[in-house]
Design a protein around this ligand. Structure first.
Ligand SMILES: Nc1ncnc2c1ncn2[C@@H]1O[C@H](COP(=O)(O)OP(=O)(O)OP(=O)(O)O)[C@@H](O)[C@H]1O
Length: 633
């Protein structure tokens, strides 16, 4: 049976799979009062942890999924990026394990209870942190292990010597555990009560199909299986068939109250800027220099060399950024993510994982030198060939904190890639902006994205432009920076890029182990090793840091002014961390920035006239995220 229910003002489509049963859909009003976390009957220690994190109301996916999982149903949850899927399975999972522990059941006697499988090491770490934060008040009742790092068989065995209650890992690490006898698969038959497949749409494309098939035969029939994904694809169906039994499928259409069925959260405004491939640096510079990129920003590029090229280019203009890619040691990657989330630097250039187009996981640069570390000579301490980590993934599932803007410097390879990338902003109902630099080569993909996203809305009776042309940057503003751009571009040669990349890698590898030990003990020292340091040999010239008056374009200036007024009105001029350090007080609760690009008609007129200054108040539209009202019939 299939039903559509209203959840927190949203339409939730619920499908109950039955053996051979034909699915149908019907709409019905919620009969009973919607449940808050308390009413769900969750363990008081978990509720305390939620209160501490100021998570007052469940999100729509949590409203639907938690009771079903508590009831013991197998659940397939397909909900948008940033909609809170992680807590929707962790809360009931932990509740059940705590309840069992209270009755005297523990892993030491029964073996592994819960297994959470994720596609990347980064997600592994994130889910593990989420669990430990939720268990903060549980006094060590449950034992949790994450297998995010590659370990020697001996270390693996010793880590698993005492079987945990909960294991978080990629499928490859589980296969390793089984191969090295660190986990006896037959023991799962009697112990495993919950299996979670998080970011399920990616598990096969990351190459884990065989590992999952091998594992599936050891999953007992009684084990509750939960499958979470943001997008749907044939792989999700294959996985569903492999491990789930008669699942309830939850398809939540929207997080912020509308029911148009669109895949992308409403809180993300999408824009495109058309330019040639060669002009991408020029357009990016213009966006940064006119402060049209709201901080913090995540910039996506498709190759590691491309990432370093952009970093080296921007730093000549006084714009500092860090680069994150799968070639870096895992500790460094973790550290970069931590620093960015804390707000220690504001621009992060991320090299997309290539799994979305089923690549080998190697970085393919223009010279065809896939995966080699440029500038690194044989015979040096580091091996010449360093491949990117195939279990690295920055786009999918990572919960970047307070990212206001996602800039697609390079377009991704697939529509799914686009959805996941822009889903790094606008999380949990906060507002976000996605800007894509679209070259003629990207046109087919953009058409596909537009069709898929607007078709999605159209299917529900609403057709609209999903990606609007970016309104605030004039060609005059861009052209004014062309000469400077081309001058600096000439200095950022392939050789310079390769040297910088090799230098960065050497430093990060050396720092990697030191980082791990030191920062575990001294987390407040995080600031000492900033990842956005200047890499160029040529010191940036002071005159490039600002745009001189004669080059400034009044119209774009007015737009920038408008955006910044709106931001200032929300107290968002600097990252929360920097603000906190300056004012020495706690950061404000994040309610999202104003919708800075929704300029009212007066502002638009000012912009057209090229007014030098904009009078009046900023058009602030506060977006606090959806408040889920309790509704009685
Ligand atoms: N009930 C809640 N109220 C407010 N914020 C929440 C709530 N539940 C989760 N969040 C926050 O929402 C953010 C996104 O959650 P989460 O990472 O689980 O999203 P997701 O649906 O798994 O996204 P993705 O598909 O991108 O992985 C996190 O920062 C999380 O702490």
């Amino acid at each position: 049976m299939v039903g559509a229910e209203r959840v927190g003002g949203e339409m939730a489509r619920v499908e109950h799979g039955g053996k051979g049963g034909k699915k149908e859909m019907e709409e019905e009003e919620e009969e009973e009062e919607e449940l808050g976390f308390e009413e769900m009957g969750l363990d008081p220690q978990l509720l305390r942890a939620l209160r501490k994190r100021k998570l007052a109301e469940p999100t729509p996916i949590q409203v639907k999924a938690i009771p079903l999982i508590l009831e013991g149903k197998d659940v397939v949850a397909r909900a948008k990026t940033g909609s809170g899927k992680t807590l929707s399975y962790l809360l009931p999972l932990l509740h059940k394990l705590l309840a069992a522990a209270a009755l005297g059941g523990s892993s030491s006697s029964t073996g592994l209870r819960a297994l959470v499988l994720v596609p990347t090491r980064e997600l592994c770490q994130q889910v593990y942190q989420e669990i430990t934060s939720l268990l903060e008040h549980c006094g060590g009742t449950l034992r949790v292990i994450q297998l995010a790092t590659t370990m020697s068989p001996a270390t693996l065995k010793s880590a698993m010597a005492r079987i945990p209650d909960i294991l978080v890992a990629t499928p490859a690490r589980i296969a390793e555990c089984i191969t090295h006898n660190a986990l006896i698969p037959s023991s799962l038959q009697t112990s495993l009560s919950t299996l979670v497949l998080d970011e399920a749409d990616l598990l096969f494309s990351y190459g884990y199909e065989e590992d999952l098939r091998n594992l599936s035969v050891h999953v007992p029939r009684s084990c509750q299986c939960l499958l979470m994904s943001a997008t749907s694809c044939p792989d999700v169906d294959k996985l569903k068939k492999l491990v789930l039994h008669n699942p309830v499928t939850l398809t939540l259409a929207e997080i912020d109250g509308s029911a148009d069925g669109s895949i992308v959260p409403k809180s993300v405004q999408q824009f495109s800027l058309e330019c040639s491939l060669r002009d991408k640096l020029l357009y990016a510079l213009s966006l940064f220099k006119y402060e049209l990129i709201q901080k913090k920003a995540l910039v996506f590029v498709n190759t590691i060399d491309g990432g370093f090229r952009l970093k080296l280019f921007l730093e000549q203009f006084g714009i500092k950024s860090a680069v994150l890619n799968g070639e870096l040691p895992q500790n460094s990657r973790q550290h970069i993510l931590q620093q960015f989330n804390l707000g220690l630097f504001e621009y992060l250039i991320a090299t997309d994982d290539g799994k979305s187009h089923h690549s080998t996981g190697k970085d393919e640069d223009d010279s065809g030198n896939a995966g080699t570390v440029p500038g690194m000579q044989a015979g040096k301490k580091l091996s010449k060939k360093v491949l990117t980590d195939t279990e690295f993934g920055v786009v999918r599932g990572i919960d970047f904190k307070n990212v206001r803007t996602v800039l697609n410097f390079d377009m991704p390879f697939t529509v799914e890639g686009y959805i996941h990338r822009i889903g790094r902003t606008g999380r949990a109902g906060n507002a976000g902006i996605a800007i894509s630099l679209v070259s003629p080569q990207d046109e087919d993909l953009v058409t596909q994205i537009k069709e898929e996203l607007s078709g999605d809305a159209e299917g529900q009776g609403q057709s609209k432009a999903v990606i609007a042309p970016f309104p605030l940057l004039t060609s005059t503003a861009v052209e004014a920076l062309r000469y400077r751009t081309e001058d600096v571009m000439r200095g950022v040669t392939k050789l310079v890029v390769r040297e910088a990349r090799a230098k960065e890698l050497r430093i990060e590898i050396l720092n990697s182990e030191r980082l791990k030990a030191h920062f575990e003990e001294n987390p407040t020292d995080l600031e000492l090793l900033k990842h956005d340091k200047v890499l160029s040999k040529v010191h940036p010239s002071a005159h490039l840091k600002t745009i001189p008056d004669y080059l400034r374009d009044p119209a774009t200036e007015a737009a920038s002014h408008a955006v910044n007024l709106a931001r200032a009105a929300m107290g968002l001029t600097q990252s929360s961390y920097i603000q906190r350090r300056k004012k020495n007080k706690r950061p404000r609760t994040d309610s999202g920035p104003p919708n800075a690009f929704s300029l009212n008609s007066k502002w638009r007129k000012d912009l057209k006239r090229g007014a030098r200054s904009v009078r009046g108040k900023a058009p602030v539209s506060t977006h606090t995220g959806k408040k889920h009202k309790r509704r009685k019939r």
